[in-house]
Design a protein around this ligand. Structure first.
Ligand code: LLP
Length: 440
């Protein structure tokens, strides 16, 4: 391990500086995503330390902000992309080699991605259907191809993100040798790929191990491969008392399960890089007791906030738990339901969770918002998407970047201090939401 640069194994919501976050909310408004690029670097370091011999790529879908992509690239990770848009954004952020995992790829995606390949991008396409291979061949692609295999085993934090066994993904395991052999005539067949699912915790390690073992068997059967990609999915602790994943143990288990193969191990985590590098700041606008009664008493209250399922979809979509902290005050606890402004019952960040009694104007921080946060934001209810700021201790120089150093005790992450801050994405306005309407 390379010690300090890899940082602590987990960064909890309590580790962030309340004073610094409050200052950011005051300056940039709410709802606001805050991403700490130093923490992204630490997470990258820990991954590289745990998998020193593997090819480690970032599944960019977790957060495609340009500053994040550039940070991950500079840290030495590859880029795994799930769409033409992600491929283009990774290239724009400085990547000259990308892996494109084509899941039922629309024609336009194939055209755009292969255009980039023709103009010199070092592209690896991961195809998950014979049909996709045919469409690549029809378009004149004869470059690096990997085959996505359905490993028949899945894992994940929710059934909606458990990928491995679902027929949507990959070719049936038993068909893989024949498809690979057939593809070798027309493509540079470089690898096999499988992904069990997302948010794998210690409990899912057995499934992960089984997937890797099956991929090892397949690699030995077909031979002549450059890499065996066993996907991403490394979980992070969303609950305050949940222990962090033992990455070294996962890496050991992965190597052991893969066994002796004459090919490089490849992994492609997304969440692990960015989840605990991000928080979402939101302000309380309405407080009301649930069953009548008094907001000063102990009855449960609903605290309405200015972020909602359009800002951070995970709780509504997966019943995902996110830690919530009142940055303004530590009043006595009572059961609090934190609700967004969207007219949907699922627009809740938590229900009757014990936390300090919120008051109108309080600032709340929602933890682990860095992965699949802004990425899944929408403009439902004609609600413009939020702004995002990034911070880091030693930012790369930028011409007209609008950087500033916040006052106070600025230290590297670990004690949660926030260093140089810059706006990474402006807050949308209603004009952005209606801009493309033609019939006006
Ligand atoms: N590789 C492939 C082929 C994937 O489909 C995914 C995620 C990853 C890698 C990265 O998985 P990660 O390391 O981030 O778990 N929106 C959901 C997660 C969906 C993940 C989809 N695929 C969430 O918020 O939990």
């Amino acid at each position: 391990m390379s010690g300090e640069a890899a940082g602590p194994t987990v960064r909890r919501l309590a580790d962030w500086s309340a004073a610094d976050l409050t200052e950011l909310a005051d300056e940039y408004g709410t709802p606001l995503y805050v991403t700490d690029l130093d923490r992204v670097r630490e997470n990258a370091r820990r991954l590289l330390d745990a998998f020193p011999d593997a090819a480690v790529s970032y599944a960019v879908k977790a957060h495609t902000g340009r500053a994040v992509l550039a940070t991950v690239r500079d840290a030495g990770l590859g880029a795994e992309c799930a769409s033409a848009g992600e491929v283009v954004r990774a290239i724009d952020a400085g990547y000259d080699a990308v892996q494109y995992t084509a899941v039922n790829p629309p024609a336009e995606d194939l055209d755009i991605v292969l255009d980039r390949w023709r103009s010199g991008v070092d592209l690896t396409v991961v195809a998950g259907a014979r049909d996709t291979i045919d469409r690549l061949r029809d378009r004149g692609f004869d470059g690096r191809l990997a085959l996505r295999v359905n490993p028949g085993v899945g894992a994940g934090h929710h059934e909606k993100v458990t990928t491995g066994g679902h027929a949507k993904f990959g070719v049936p395991y038993d068909r893989a040798p024949e498809l690979l052999a057939g593809a070798r005539a027309d493509f540079d067949v470089v690898g096999i790929h499988a992904h069990a699912g997302s948010g794998i915790s210690g409990d899912d390690l057995a499934a992960h191990r089984e997937l890797v073992a099956r991929m090892g068997d397949l690699a030995r059967e077909v031979g002549d491969l450059e890499f065996v990609d066993v996907g991403g999915g490394f979980g992070v602790p969303y609950r305050e008392d949940e222990p962090p994943l033992d990455l070294d143990a996962v890496a050991d288990a992965t190597r052991e399960a893969l066994g002796d193969v004459d090919a490089q191990l490849a992994v492609e985590p997304g969440r692990y890089l960015v989840a605990d590098a991000g928080v979402l700041l939101t302000r309380v606008n309405t407080v009301k007791p649930v069953d009548g009664g008094d907001t000063d008493g102990t009855v449960p209250v609903v605290a309405g906030v200015d972020a909602g399922m359009t800002t951070l979809l995970r709780p509504a979509m997966y019943d995902a738990y996110h830690a919530i902290r009142n940055l303004t005050d530590e009043r006595p606890e009572r059961p609090v339901t934190v609700a967004g402004p969207v007219c949907e019952t699922s627009d809740l960040f938590c229900e009757r969770r014990p936390m300090p009694t919120p008051r109108r104007g309080d600032l709340l921080a929602i933890g682990n918002a860095g992965a699949y946060g802004y990425e899944m934001a929408s403009t439902y209810n004609s609600r413009p998407r939020p702004a995002e700021v990034v911070c880091e201790a030693s930012p790369t120089p930028r011409g007209a970047g609008g950087e500033r150093r916040s006052p106070g005790n600025r230290t590297r992450s670990g004690n949660g201090g926030i260093d140089a801050v810059r706006l990474a994405r402006e807050r949308e306005t209603l004009a952005h939401v209606t801009d493309l309407e033609v019939d006006r």
